[in-house]
Design a protein around this ligand. Structure first.
Ligand code: SF4
Ligand code: SF4
Length: 621
């Protein structure tokens, strides 16, 4: 049966087909949907974990316990999980363990690009790379087989285009039946301290065994059908993999190809044999010259014309047009031989689209806090020699921010965030600012999901440092940025079942913070008053600003805000809230009722009391 599937959906279905019984992960674009699809299958255990490190640790435990297991994350997540990832290469597995990791070339939803193929070589773990949904489906099972045969976790790396593109997959209809196809019987845990307890004495032995396993994996990579050769015109040979292979196939329709579905361990003999059969070798890959460097180092290919990063960029995503354009520019492809999409002399005229910067949703519970933070000034400092007229007192507080949809608070008109480094960094960054002398002027902002992920450790550091840091936890009860995934404070599982809650107040108090207060996220004045008080104290304070994510609230609000044109003077102060429901109408402001959620932030900040709430029917009627 043929099905049109997203790459991520195919990965989930492939995992089910291969008998994966346990899946863990942390949501992160472009990997999130793998778990969301997998969690729907009956009879499986699926869980969002507090962060990627924990997710991998749980997954390793499940594998050792005898269940075929997968763990999912985005590229930067593997940085968080690097410690157990490297350790698992030593201990090995029991039942198969596959680490599904999605890179984000082009940084569509990430703070940076990184090429996680390097992690495979770094940790000495085999690497598989699907280039379409069929391969996503097939390779999960192959990865688990390799994992069990060679006693090692396997890194299965996709990119955003593979994860989020749909293509046809041939699947067994039985997979869609309510009873899972249990093709793999669970293994039992076998006590083996020398294998699983990485004390130095044991680790030294496992280190040597890892080299042995890699030697056998290298031989496997030379002959596996994951690596495929396509012989066409031998004047040009292309080595590629992942989505770059699809672009290259379209850009070089007549060339010969070596597609590496298993790129590590690197199949040196296979590549050498292929290269010797062609006149010019071209390596097409996104991001780092991972393949190219290994190919160039092959003794058999010294002196051979090899092109790669000298032709194609190593920043951002490739595309068929880009690959063909670069190849034409460097004389590797004649314009007439290029595919019609690139050979066309007709310039593509983009459709006129209004510029639309990303904004927090209408009624987002974070907006009022950012509105306040953007206008909050440091508390009065004792006068010092050289102060000119109390100038220091008017300085705006520094806001250290974090990763989540609330990072949009950095953009105009809110412009209320000064730093944002990586998951969980805001609290540590604020502490560092204080250590540099900015005491009483710094507020750390972090979402509830990010706090559970890795903000907790920053707070521990604040407490043990005896610092006066002010921390705002924006608690909307979900991990909103990746699609509203539950976190430890949501009280719900990935399958929608009730779950115990870890309450932020208890957690923060348990970590040693005495001053923990909860404020309504829509009460602008309460937020301001609390922050001003917190900034004056000499103890760490946690201000939990709480209201559910607007996207988790079902249905339109009963009320809606409206602007009285007789009272509105057109000062546009309300537009500083940055709500997409507010719009200019001539020399006044108007509210788009269809978007408005009646959060009343604009009503609170209008200096002329021109904004009122009323029943939705009456306003719309
Ligand atoms: S803040 Fe009030 S008076 Fe000013 S433009 Fe908005 S609705 Fe009109
Ligand atoms: S009440 Fe004002 S700020 Fe809130 S959603 Fe409606 S228009 Fe936007």
């Amino acid at each position: 049966m043929k099905r049109l599937l997203l790459g991520n959906e195919a990965l989930a279905l492939g995992a089910r087909a291969a008998g994966v019984a346990v899946a863990t992960g942390y949501p992160g674009t472009p990997s999130t949907e793998i778990m969301e699809h997998f969690a729907r299958y009956p009879g499986v255990r699926a869980q969002w974990c507090v962060n990627e490190k924990v997710a991998l640790e749980v997954a390793i435990g499940a594998s050792l316990g005898g269940a075929r297991t997968m763990v999912t994350m985005k590229h930067v997540g593997l940085n968080v999980a690097a410690d157990p990832f490297f350790a698992a290469a030593y201990t090995g597995v029991n039942a198969g363990l596959v680490v599904l990791c999605a890179d984000d070339p082009g940084m569509h939803s990430s703070q940076g690009e990184q090429d996680n193929r390097n992690y495979a070589r770094f940790a000495k773990v085999p690497l598989l790379e699907p280039s379409d949904s069929q391969e996503c489906f097939d390779m999960v099972g192959v990865a688990l087989d390799i994992s069990e045969e060679f006693d090692i976790p396997v890194l299965l790396r996709t990119t955003g285009r593979v994860s989020h593109a749909q293509s046809v997959v041939e699947v067994d209809p039985a997979l869609f039946q309510p009873t899972p196809k249990d093709s793999v019987r669970p293994r039992t845990f076998i006590r083996a301290p020398a294998k699983y307890v990485m004390l130095p004495g044991n680790a030294r032995t496992r280190r040597l065994q890892l080299e042995e396993r890699l030697k056998r994996l290298r031989q496997y990579a030379e002959t596996t059908s994951l690596n495929q050769t396509l012989w066409q015109d031998r004047r040009l040979g292309v080595v590629s993999g992942s989505i770059a292979y699809q672009y290259a196939r379209e850009a070089f329709p007549t060339a010969s190809f070596l597609k590496l579905g298993m790129a590590y361990p690197f199949p040196a003999d296979l590549v050498s044999r292929f290269a010797r059969e062609v006149e010019v070798l071209v390596v097409v890959e996104e991001l780092d010259p991972f393949l190219e460097e290994q190919i160039r180092s092959l003794p058999a290919l010294q002196g051979m014309p090899i092109h790669g990063r000298d032709v194609f960029p190593g920043v951002g995503e490739l595309s068929t047009e880009l690959v063909a354009g670069c190849a034409i520019e460097h004389g590797l492809l004649s314009p007439t031989a290029a595919p019609s999409t690139t050979a066309s002399s007709q310039p593509v005229t983009p459709l006129p689209m209004p510029p639309r910067p990303p904004v927090l949703c209408a009624g987002c519970p974070h907006r009022a806090t950012f509105y306040v933070l953007g206008r909050l000034h440091a508390p009065a400092a004792p006068a010092e020699a050289g102060d000119r007229g109390g100038e220091r007192q008017r300085e705006r507080v520094i806001v250290t921010g974090d990763i989540g949809c609330y990072t949009l608070g950095a953009l105009p008109p809110l412009s209320a965030m000064d730093t944002c480094l990586c998951m969980g960094a805001s609290i540590g960054t604020a502490l560092g600012m204080e250590m540099a002398g900015h005491k009483h002027r710094v507020v750390a902002v972090i979402g509830d999901g990010t706090f559970y992920h890795s903000g907790i450790t920053g707070l521990v550091e604040v407490v043990t440092s005896g610092a006066a840091t002010t921390i705002v936890i924006m608690d909307n009860g979900t991990t909103a940025m990746t699609g509203g995934n539950p976190n430890p404070g949501s009280g719900i599982t990935i399958q929608g079942a009730p779950a115990p809650k870890v309450t932020l107040e208890s957690l923060c108090r348990g970590l040693g913070v005495q001053d923990v207060v909860v404020v309504d996220a829509y009460d602008t004045e309460a937020i301001r008053a609390q922050l001003e008080r917190s900034l004056r104290t000499d103890d760490p304070t946690v201000v939990i600003v709480r209201a559910p994510c607007r996207l988790q609230v079902s249905g339109p609000s009963e009320q809606v805000a409206w602007v009285d044109p007789d009272e509105c003077v057109g000062c546009e102060v309300c537009l500083r809230a940055g709500c997409p429901a507010l719009t200019r109408a001539g020399d006044k402001v108007e509210i788009l009722a269809a978007l408005c959620t009646a959060c009343n932030l604009c009503g609170q900040i209008c200096p002329h009391d021109a904004i009122h709430l009323g029943p939705r029917e009456r306003t719309e009627g």
